[in-house]
Design a protein around this ligand. Structure first.
Ligand code: ADP
Ligand code: MG
Ligand code: ZN
Length: 495
């Protein structure tokens, strides 16, 4: 009996919150975690007669997302009403885009254990978020509605069904999150729901071109769950089809407590929503001047930056990954590197320069010491000291004022006191004495003060050298021991 092999087909729909201070069609705040129903107005409550006004910054960010993902911009797009009834949607419709979305096509590259692959996008459109139902709060079984989230600006990124495994889906999500975060479009926070994913999953016999019936998985709010939910769903569908059953198109939810997908409802079709152009909103026009202005705000793509760091700064792929975990960390790293390059210019002997590039030195120190004390919050991050100060500390290591071990102590002091590295080094007398003539002066003083020991040494008690080294080091705090030994050997050998 032949055993049919199945292949998974996966397409993701991602909702990403646009990083604006105010909502999509009103001036209410989008800040997360406020007391329920404190960031609301007639527009986002959906009261009759209230009129929406599009948020210019939200549109600019949606265009920037499209530019960062290689989309084709539609210069005149349209808002449409998606009609459905639910307690978190008091207007009875969501303002979205349907037949004329802002961005079309586009693609992104993903990397898995099998290598890299380009995945196409269908579209990126703009829409508003719904309110949030809070189940089981108040008097036990009540459901209450928090409208703070209602009207939050979102983009929906619809991917083509070109993913073939849970691993590819996870890589796609991570790559997309990286791109949007580094473009300053989205804060990438899965836990707070500002980056959410629905996964469409179907299977088909290997070799068959026609797609199978898909199920849409909702409620996937972590990278780990994406993988688990998709793998579970593929296995579930295979079990049904292998035993002669049929897959029904439906919406399912991932239960992280049961580690299963569960049926929610049969899937609604586009016609069920009775989309129509929103009569309250004129066509959304992005003219050339505005587009040119937005284009200047698109940063160097993160993948290109990682490659450049490896090529130009000598970082490993791992270094590059760690230092680009967050856009502000990447900026800090680059600022510290260029500051160190400036500070070392002209100061450093050529052979020392060759020992370690500034980028690699900053990368090493950040990974060993500095990243532990960095905290991130959304798209912001807080650092224990400025990038220039960190570079200043490393410049002191490079010119051998202090060694790497002392640098760690100085860094701890910088964080604790907010003082500049050079001030800490000088006030604590941490600088290594490298000046041979200063060392020689002290060596001669010490020898002159101890004629008896000198005589014994000359008479063959060579272990007395340790005595002299100790005295010199004691007199010259932070002297370089190798230099002290060298100078001492020379002076003691004099007739
Ligand atoms: P909606 O889910 O809102 O009805 P679409 O029809 O545009 O919207 O499809 C949404 C997503 O479903 C896309 O990401 C697409 O890649 C994916 N998709 C479509 N058909 C399949 C299929 N047979 N198997 C898996 N994913 C699919
Ligand atoms: Mg869908
Ligand atoms: Zn409002």
């Amino acid at each position: 009996m032949s055993h049919t092999q199945y292949e998974a087909v996966i397409g993701l729909e991602v909702h990403a919150q646009l990083a604006t201070k105010t909502k999509m069609f009103c001036g209410c705040s989008t800040s997360y975690g406020a007391a329920p129903n404190t960031q609301i107005c007639p527009v986002c409550l959906g009261l009759p007669g209230a009129l929406p006004v599009p948020n210019r910054q939200a549109i600019a960010l949606a265009v920037r997302a499209g530019l960062s993902l290689g989309c084709t911009l539609r210069k005149s797009s349209r808002f449409a009403r998606k009609n459905y009834y639910y307690p978190d949607l008091s207007k009875g419709y969501q303002i979205s885009q349907f037949d004329l979305p802002l961005n079309e096509k586009g693609s992104l590259e993903i990397t898995t254990s099998a290598g890299t692959k380009r995945v196409n996008l269908t579209r990126i459109h703009v829409e508003e978020d719904a309110a949030k139902n809070l189940h089981g709060v108040g008097a036990g079984t009540d459901t209450l509605v928090d409208f703070n989230r209602a009207g939050t600006p979102l983009i929906e990124i619809v991917g083509e069904p070109e993913l073939r495994s849970a691993e590819e889906a996870e890589a796609y999500l991570k790559a997309l999150r990286d791109i949007l975060m580094f473009a300053g479009v989205n804060d990438g926070n899965l836990e707070e729901g500002s980056f959410r994913c629905d996964a469409n999953v179907s299977i088909r016999p290997v070799g068959q071109e026609k797609f199978g019936t898909r199920c849409e998985l909702k409620n996937i709010n972590s990278f780990k769950f994406v993988r688990k939910a998709i793998d579970y769903e593929i296995a579930r569908q295979e079990a049904i089809v292998s035993s002669g059953g049929t897959i029904f198109q439906e919406t399912r939810t991932w239960s992280s407590t049961q580690e299963k997908t569960l049926s929610l409802r049969s899937k609604e079709e586009a016609q069920d929503y009775r989309y129509f152009a929103d009569p309250d909103l004129p066509p959304l026009v992005v003219d050339d001047a505005w587009l040119a202005e937005i284009r200047t705000t698109v940063p160097e793509p993160i993948a290109a930056r990682r490659e450049r760091w490896q090529r130009e700064l000598g970082l490993t792929a791992y270094d590059a990954q760690v230092l680009s975990a967050h856009p502000r960390i990447a900026e800090y790293f680059e600022a510290a590197t260029s500051s160190l390059e400036t500070q070392r210019a002209g100061k450093l002997a050529k052979d020392n320069l060759a020992k370690a590039g500034a980028g690699k030195r900053v990368a090493n120190f950040m990974q060993a010491e500095a990243l532990r004390v960095v905290t991130t919050n959304g798209l912001e991050a807080s650092f224990p000291c400025s990038a220039e100060r960190l570079a200043g500390l490393l410049a002191l290591v490079e010119d051998e004022t202090i060694n790497g071990k002392i640098a760690k102590d100085v860094f701890a002091d910088m964080i604790a006191t907010g003082k500049a590295p050079a001030d800490i080094v000088s006030s604590k007398g941490l600088a290594q004495v490298k000046d041979t003539s200063a060392i020689e002066g002290t060596v001669r003083e010490v020898i002159a003060k101890h004629p008896k020991e000198l005589a014994s040494f000359k008479a063959g008690k060579t272990n007395l050298k340790g005595f002299f080294v100790g005295r010199v080091m004691g007199a010259l705090k932070g002297a370089n021991p190798a230099l002290v030994n060298e100078v001492l050997d020379r002076v003691l050998a004099e007739p």
